[in-house]
Design a protein around this ligand. Structure first.
Ligand SMILES: [Zn+2]
Ligand SMILES: [Zn+2]
Length: 293
């Protein structure tokens, strides 16, 4: 992918590291160094939130015998390390210290508390669960969520309804991988077009537009071999029509995925007529024409 020399590289969602996340690799310092070497203007480090209780752990965390309390201490370490790196790189590359959230029963006060206690620069609002069932950890988990919902239409509707509730309660500066629910579904283009799904997508995008939230144009799907990033092309066009701002996110989980797909994402946005003058997650609702980012 040829690089657009006139458009700066940024990532609003990434920097998961093996130091602070079981399913990622490498140390945070190595990952940040890779971003700097790749010429990024700014990055948001968005490690996964620690679970509130042991019930909120992912299967690999349970298997590894990690407790929620241990993960909470590890998260404190993450923020401290990220703040040190933020200072170290000041003047060369702006680093935001952020967190990727979850959405399941009872999690909202916990996310708000973490945001406040750690004075996080912003939150990426993500949904990885429907009806308390995680769907993105593995293909088997996705199949379980599908069975629980009773069909693709129901699964997609449950996802976008959970996302709407998350948006309403949290108003995250960045909305993570908007259509992640298509992750293990080869027939997703048709499922995204179902009238009941379309209506929910429209509602959620309208909320994002009205509240000036940023969409994460997430290239993790490309890294894993999918044909297009989150959002899928028709949803991207609709978001742009509604005046929503987007920012690329590589969702890196190791040095090897730093910058992966970022230039492709920029090319897609440019082809769709987007200005690519990135608003940062901390410039809440400021128009790119005036903030000079
Ligand atoms: Zn992850
Ligand atoms: Zn995610």
């Amino acid at each position: 992918m040829k690089r657009n020399a006139d458009i700066v590289r940024v990532s609003a969602h990434g920097g998961h590291s093996g130091q602070f996340c079981l399913h990622a690799r490498d140390d945070l310092e190595q990952i940040v160094a890779a971003y700097a070497a790749a010429g990024f203007r700014w990055i948001g480090l968005t490690e996964h939130m620690p679970p509130m209780t042991d019930a909120g752990r992912y299967p690999d965390e349970v298997e590894a015998g990690l407790s929620a309390a241990q993960m909470q201490r590890r998260f404190a370490d993450y923020v401290a390390t990220a703040r040190q790196l933020q200072q170290h790189y000041a003047g060369r590359m702006t680093i935001y210290v952020a967190m990727e959230g979850e959405f399941y029963a009872g999690v909202i006060p916990w996310i708000r508390r973490l945001r406040r206690e750690y004075a996080l620069d912003y939150i990426v609002g993500s949904v990885h669960h429907v009806h308390e069932c995680c769907f993105d950890f593995s293909r088997a988990d996705y199949a379980r969520a599908l069975e629980l919902c009773g069909g693709y239409a129901e699964l997609y509707c449950a996802y976008f309804d959970a996302q709407f509730a998350m948006l309403h309660h949290l108003q995250p500066a960045v909305v993570g991988h908007f259509d992640l629910i298509r992750l293990y579904d080869d027939a997703y283009p048709a499922h995204l077009l179902l009238p009941e799904v379309q209506q929910r997508i429209e509602r959620n995008l309208a909320f994002i537009a009205a509240n000036g939230l940023l969409l994460d144009f997430n290239t993790r799907a490309l890294f894993k071999g999918a044909a297009e990033p989150y959002l899928s092309a028709p949803l991207l066009r609709r978001a742009l029509d509604m005046g929503i701002d987007l920012v690329p996110g590589d969702d890196s989980h190791g040095v090897d995925s730093v910058a992966a797909g970022i230039d492709s994402a920029i090319a897609i946005l440019k082809d769709n007529g987007y200005h690519c003058q990135w608003r940062t997650p901390c410039d809440s609702n400021v128009t790119p024409a005036t903030n000079g980012v």
